[in-house]
Design a protein around this ligand. Structure first.
Ligand code: NAP
Length: 246
């Protein structure tokens, strides 16, 4: 019988992360879901997965805090013994024009999005290296490539993730560990629900497919990059954006 595989999804209780966890679960993976908010309905999510006969471990941890990340990865290893796929999905925005942006707004976005990706990846690769196998998928954004007014902190964090991903891909290729970045455009989640209708209309006009994407459309690419079907792809940034950035 083929060995069961394990995926760790940071920020996996909502939005794109939840859809990623669902898709891996549907494909027979054991799933570790990280979350941070007290509002997360841990029991509800556990029940949802148990109903699908999926082993699911939920671990609360702030990805920007090293001790909490160590605890997250230790718990995952205690439960499943390995992590085959890591999806660094946790992320926040704190938008403001540069003129008005506080240091706190800048630092927090960098800490969670970029440093969080570094901390979780550093902690997980020890176990991937032992197995000489693994796939890491980092959530970037098209604004990390083209920039966006009002998002200098967020765009910098996502551009940082792209550089980080390419370096990790080069460092770990000899250990059969791949690293790729997925760059979504505008996807319907809590993150974009806060935008005003007129802002959304303006965005649709910049998207050749004339609509926002949904979390499933991003999850499908992330699933492909975690699977053996993408075994010759590493160090890449792949957009899921309805053609917004070409
Ligand atoms: P979302 O609905 O706002 O969800 C964000 C997730 O990140 C939540 O699960 C949240 O956990 C988690 N999170 C936030 N801070 C955290 C921390 N300190 N430690 C651990 N987890 C933390 O966002 P989304 O739209 O699904 O976005 C997911 C990823 O895709 C992000 O990296 C985002 O930058 C990227 N992305 C999204 C879009 C888009 O249009 N939606 C576009 C480009 C890129 P809790 O549930 O516990 O609060």
């Amino acid at each position: 019988m083929e060995e069961r595989k394990t995926v760790l999804v940071t920020g996996g209780a909502r939005g794109i992360g939840k859809e990623v966890a669902n898709l891996y679960a549907e494909n027979g993976y054991d799933v570790i879901i990280n979350y941070v908010s007290d509002k997360t309905d841990v029991e509800g999510i556990k029940k949802e997965f148990e109903e699908k006969n999926v082993k699911c471990l939920l671990v609360k941890a702030d990805v920007s805090k090293e001790e909490e990340v160590t605890n997250l990865v230790n718990k995952a290893i205690e439960e499943f013994g390995k992590i085959d796929v890591l999806v660094n999905n946790a992320g926040i925005t704190k938008d403001n024009l540069l003129m008005r942006m506080s240091q706190e707004e800048f630092d927090r976005v960098i800490e969670i999005n970029l440093k969080g990706t570094f901390l979780v990846t550093k902690s997980v690769i020890k176990y991937m290296m032992k197995k000489r196998q693994g796939s890491i998928i980092n959530l970037a954004s098209v604004v990390g490539v083209v920039g966006n007014s009002g998002q200098c902190n967020y765009s910098a964090s996502k551009a940082g993730i792209i550089g980080f991903t390419k370096s990790v891909a080069k460092e770990l290729a000899s250990r059969n560990i791949r690293a790729n970045a997925v760059a979504p455009g505008f996807i319907e989640t809590d993150m974009t629900n806060v935008l005003k209708e007129e802002v959304k209309e303006n965005i649709y006009n910049q998207i050749p497919l004339k609509r926002m994407g949904n979390a499933r459309e991003v999850a499908e690419l992330i699933y492909f990059l975690g699977s053996e079907k993408s075994s010759y792809i590493t160090g890449q940034v792949i957009n899921v954006d309805g053609g917004m950035v070409m």
